[in-house]
Design a protein around this ligand. Structure first.
Ligand code: PLP
Length: 232
């Protein structure tokens, strides 16, 4: 089941789009099964759960862990030594704490700005205006332990696919603009423009086809691969 779903999804992905298998609330055994099917990239949304799985599965070569959920500042220390990408950098304060813990661990941690484009009222994420203001402030350039690597967004939770497409389009536009305005000058050549700011994380089990259409480079799929989560 798990292997078959992973194959089905990865075969449908255009080149340059990667699958993050979202294993939150699923046991290490499910991750081993996905690993055996060739999956290496996994996403978790609770720091302590990730910490436990990281330890338990340390023997699996080439595993890459991404953090995708809301991250409390006091939990950053648990994941800083090994996390590959934090999709959900949703405030300047969190980025400052990631920077602090990254430097402590002797690392540079790649982070995506979580952009709030969906219709829902949520506390988390930068609005496009706030994100531009933050980029404009230059504060992120002082964070030697953080590399801003792109943008993450969630579509509105609705059956209205036009609405979801609209959310993803706005995230894409923001991403392109940020890449052009703030990251192009780092590159040596035009073809490398924005090379470090290169990820657009959008798409979950119900909307990843739309997200890929809209230019996603990382899709985050849980339920379609692992089935319903057991919230205990
Ligand atoms: C849980 C979660 C997912 C996966 O959702 P599914 O609908 O199970 O595919 C993706 N992104 C984030 C941020 C999540 O918290």
């Amino acid at each position: 089941m798990i292997a078959e779903e992973i194959r089905r999804i990865t075969e449908a992905l255009p080149e340059g789009v990667r699958l993050v298998a979202v294993s939150k609330y699923h046991p290490a055994e499910a991750i081993r099964e996905a690993y055996a099917a060739g999956q290496r990239l996994f996403g978790e949304s609770h720091a302590q759960e990730l910490q436990g799985k990281y330890t338990e599965l340390a023997g699996l070569d080439g595993l890459e862990w991404h953090f995708i959920g809301h991250l409390q500042t006091n939990k950053v220390k648990y994941i800083a030594p090994y996390v590959g990408l934090i999709h959900s950098a949703d405030s300047p304060r969190l980025l400052e704490e990631v920077n602090k813990q990254a430097l402590k661990a002797g690392r540079i941690i790649r982070c995506l700005l979580q952009l709030h484009v969906a219709e829902e009222e949520t506390k988390f994420g930068f609005t496009p205006d706030e994100a531009l203001e933050y980029l404009d402030s230059g504060a992120w350039q002082q964070l030697a332990g953080v590399q801003l690597a792109g943008v993450m967004a969630m579509g509105t939770n609705t059956d209205d696919t036009a609405r979801i497409r609209d959310d993803f389009r706005r995230a894409r536009l923001f991403y392109e603009r940020a890449r052009h305005d703030y990251f192009a000058s780092e590159a040596a050549t035009a073809s490398e423009a924005g090379a470090t700011f290169s990820e657009l994380s959008m798409g979950m089990s119900d909307d990843w086809h739309i997200a890929v259409d809209c230019g996603s480079t990382l899709i985050r799929i849980g339920t379609q691969i692992f089935g319903q989560r057991q919230y205990i």
